[in-house]
Write a protein that binds this ligand. Structure first.
Ligand code: BGC
Length: 458
């Protein structure tokens, strides 16, 4: 038939994508810089100017499987806002939840509006579940950088992802939630803990797997947490030093905000940053997470099209529209069997690129792979740094987030790269968390309740 199957991306495209590929020396260098950043974040003297903030979470104990009780949880900061009712009893756990939309005008409105909306959703939920008469303990998963002063005090340091509500930065978000609930007067709750989604993920995995010591999110945003010795966490000032350990919320999405990652950033990264609502902030997050991955790919596609290397030089309005190439497309395109382009054809048609050739399909897939692999390798470099720092023989990493969950190769890419970079005497595994933000919130609240009982009994 004279039909030649294209299997390799165009040499010029491969050449131009080289800047998205890091060898192990570069990844090790990134890991070393990350370690310096962690040390700066943990130490009192350097914390104020550190970019990786390493906030102590005040969660000292991991679950031991004996947690019981009925809890409410709120989960704000991922793809959806959810309210949950969770019942823990030993090995068993039951959960009911409801997703509520947070309209754009609220994400960018005032803090008061945001917390009124959250309180309203909570009120609707407890009425539907007929628990409005009980004063239930509540765990609040709030997935933004919080400077914690205790388990129920969290001062918002900055907004990230798509949020930018006024009058919240610098304030205690637990207090803002309590005030909004107070304004309504129809809901009774007791906020027992405020936590980050990484902590929730670590807790929910630790409930099942006692080697779990690290939590990682590769979703809308990117972040990690790990179990640190209290003596190293100089900001931790709880008088009760029970376990001698504390979970540190790294806020590693901000890694690079001081320019330390400039040597690996590309024009695509700078462009994404320029058009984001928080320019100059969350440098690593913008290279890894789902909020930006699709746009990084789109920018490369746009550039190569304009250079005549893709689609015969003829793009489309949608391809050239900011934000129009969704991160889920990257997962879908890479889910096609090698040599098959079923998902990709549909996506390109949707984008008005019906004229794409077989060579274009190969090229587009290659570009997606470069961007997602870079994300997986950067996340791996951070994990290896933590594994080396913790220096334990066996560590499980609890992971959650839409990119990790839905990208067909993300886990394998990470497993492979961590294996290559990590000291072979450390045994590690990546464990997918089952609803860390929800169940983790209940577990933190339950562990806190257990801790309280212990303290009052002594
Ligand atoms: C936030 C973190 C969060 C991460 C994942 C980042 O933008 O700053 O607090 O853990 O997203 O949701």
């Amino acid at each position: 038939m004279g039909y030649r199957r294209e299997t390799q991306a165009h040499p010029l495209i491969r050449e131009k994508c080289r800047e998205l590929i890091f060898d192990n020396d570069i990844l090790r260098k990134i890991g070393d810089i990350f370690l310096d950043n962690i040390k700066k974040g943990l130490a009192k003297a350097t914390h104020p100017t550190a970019v990786v903030k390493c906030f102590p979470t005040y969660v000292q104990d991991l679950p031991d499987g004996t947690e019981t009780g009925k809890f409410l949880a709120l989960d704000l900061g991922g793809t959806n806002f959810r309210v949950l009712l969770i019942e823990l009893s030993g090995e068993h756990f039951e959960m009911k939840s409801k997703i509520f939309a947070i309209p754009q005008h609220i994400m960018l409105g005032s803090g008061e509006q945001l917390f009124d909306h959250i309180a309203e959703c909570l009120a609707i939920f407890v009425k539907e579940e007929q628990v409005q008469q009980e004063t239930l303990p509540l765990g609040f998963t709030f997935s933004f950088p919080l400077n914690q002063k205790g388990l129920t005090i969290g001062i918002l340091e900055r907004w990230t992802k798509g949020f930018n509500c006024s009058n919240v930065v610098g304030n205690d978000v637990v207090q803002m939630l309590n005030e909004a609930i107070g304004r309504r007067g129809d809901v009774k709750i007791e906020v027992c803990a405020i936590l980050n989604d990484t902590t929730g993920t670590l807790m929910s995995c630790a409930w099942k797997n006692h080697d779990c010591r690290i939590g990682l999110i590769v979703g809308t945003g990117n972040n990690g947490c790990y179990v640190e010795k209290q003596e190293n966490a100089e900001l931790f000032d709880d008088k009760n030093r029970g376990s001698g350990k504390v979970i540190i919320n790294l806020e590693m999405g901000a890694f690079g905000d001081d320019g330390s990652l400039d040597f690996i950033r590309t024009d695509y990264d700078r462009e994404v940053d320029k058009h984001s609502i928080n320019p100059g902030k969350q440098t690593q997050e913008k290279m890894i997470s789902g909020m930006y991955m699709g746009e990084l790919v789109r920018l490369a596609l746009e550039k190569f099209t304009k250079e005549g290397l893709l689609f015969g030089g003829k793009g489309s309005d949608l391809l050239f529209e900011r934000g129009r190439f969704y991160t889920k497309y990257v997962s879908e395109i890479e889910s096609d069997e090698p040599g098959m382009f079923t998902n990709q054809k549909e996506i390109l048609e949707e984008l008005g690129l019906k004229h794409a050739t077989e060579q274009d399909y190969v090229n587009v897939r290659f570009i997606c792979e470069c961007v997602s692999r870079r994300a997986a390798h950067l996340a791996s470099a951070s994990i290896v740094t933590l594994l080396h720092k913790m220096n334990e023989k066996k560590v499980t990493v609890g992971v959650d987030g839409s990119v990790y969950r839905y990208h067909p190769h993300f886990r394998n890419l990470m497993m492979e790269k961590i294996r290559e970079l990590c000291d072979p005497s450390i045994e590690f595994d990546l464990m997918l968390s089952e609803d860390g933000s929800g169940r983790g919130a209940a577990l933190v609240a339950a562990v806190a309740a257990r801790q309280k009982k212990k303290v009052s009994a002594t």
